[in-house]
Ligand binder design. Structure first.
Ligand code: GDP
Length: 368
């Protein structure tokens, strides 16, 4: 049995964690967290951390003892310098809470890259976890919608760099911009995106702790994640009827199944493919042909097969990337955003038009 730690930082991290707990408790009931037992095979501990108490209160499926509020008025207002300082001031409380949960085989830290709390707490938290423990720590990082503004874009660029330099064992990317095809208003899109991410992570955890017909395990996952440029994403496909396994595998690496925009055949560096379903769907010939096709361009592909009686095929792919043109595009936009913010600040400092306006009434009193 694996001991797994999942931390969700900031609003986005908290909500994805809550979606994981909702799906893992196997009940849509709002009271599930009070009486239901998690359906994980592994020992999974979930912990939500936030400076904004309302974000924590909003969580419906995560137990109160698994939510830590770090008081700082109403959050850190997308300011990562403030966020870093608040983390440092509260580091011992956070690390004590984590220590009390025992030791782990693997940890995931989930956050958005662009807000304030999650994006600044995550690199510092990972650094602390890595200094104090010897288990692998992976970050699950959500990139912003590109039209969310200059502050979010510059935060995303710096946060991702900080996380990469934190000692993290790998970064799994999910991109709101790419996934917004889910449609609907923002809240509905968030819920669907969170559900997609949660579903993939639960499938992964479940597989790492399964009796497989052909084995992939935590060791293989670590090898896949250590490949490429330290950046990865996850693809998934779930058939809702009888689908040939080759189609299911193809869909799990196609744009509709991925969390991040990449051409797998050009940018992936290593892969792990987990195939689940009733024995009748799992044609070894078809699986081998498809996996070979992928390994021709990707390099190494680990495969695991899990037999689940009566279930339609489901396939999960973990892909590490050696290049990511979408990320280069994002950094391009972020550089523009940083320059815009810088110029704006300089303009305000140089050209004190507003100060001039106020200075006109200096020394005067109101008369009534
Ligand atoms: P923090 O609480 O200060 O860490 O900030 P947030 O987590 O709210 O970060 C803002 C970014 O996260 C923006 O790019 C939002 O689009 C994104 N975001 C906020 N909530 C969610 C959510 O529930 N799901 C997803 N996928 N993205 C979210």
């Amino acid at each position: 049995m694996l001991n797994i730690l999942m931390v969700g930082n900031g609003q986005c991290g908290n909500r994805i964690l809550d979606s994981i707990n909702r799906q893992a408790f196997g009940s849509k009931s709002r009271f599930a967290k009070f009486y239901a037992k998690q359906q994980y095979k592994s020992n999974v501990q979930t912990l939500a951390i936030n400076t904004a108490v309302n974000d924590l209160k909003e969580m419906k499926y995560t137990k109160a003892k698994d939510r830590i509020h770090i008081p700082h008025l109403h959050g850190v207002g997308a300011n990562r310098n403030v966020g870093r300082k608040v983390f440092d001031e509260n580091k011992s409380q956070i690390m004590r809470n984590l220590d009390e949960r025992g030791s782990f085989d693997i940890a995931f830290v989930i956050t958005s890259a662009s807000g304030g709390t999650g994006s600044s707490f995550t690199p510092s938290l990972i650094r602390e976890l890595k200094e104090q423990n010897d288990y692998p720590v992976y970050a699950v990082v959500v990139l912003p919608f590109r039209e969310e503004g200059t502050l979010y874009l510059q935060n995303a660029a710096f946060a991702l760099k900080d996380i990469r330099e934190s000692g993290v064992d790998g970064i799994i990317l999910a991109d709101n911009q790419y996934l917004k095809q889910m449609g609907g208003d923002v809240e509905t899109a968030y819920d669907s995106i969170n559900e997609m991410i949660a579903k993939r992570l639960i499938f992964l955890l479940d597989s790492l702790d399964s009796e497989m017909m052909m084995v992939t395990d935590l060791g293989d996952f670590k090898t896949v994640m250590s490949g490429g440029a330290g950046i990865a994403t996850i693809g998934y496909y779930e058939a809702d009827g009888e689908v040939p396994i080759r189609t299911a595998i193809q869909k799990a690496v196609s744009p509709s199944g991925l969390l991040f925009n990449t051409n797998v055949y050009e940018e992936a560096s290593r892969s792990m493919m987990i195939i689940k379903g009733d024995k009748s769907y799992l044609s070894i010939d078809e699986i081998s042909t498809e996996v070979e096709k992928l390994s021709d361009s990707v390099g190494h592909v680990f495969k695991g097969i899990i037999v689940r009686k009566g279930e339609y095929p489901r396939v999960l792919s973990v892909l590490t990337l050696e290049s990511a043109s979408e990320l280069e595009e994002l950094y391009h936009l972020a550089v523009d955003a940083i320059n815009t913010e810088k110029e704006k600040k300089e303009r305000v400092q140089e050209d004190k038009e507003v100060d001039k306006a106020f200075s006109q009434i200096e020394g005067l009193e109101p008369h009534y």
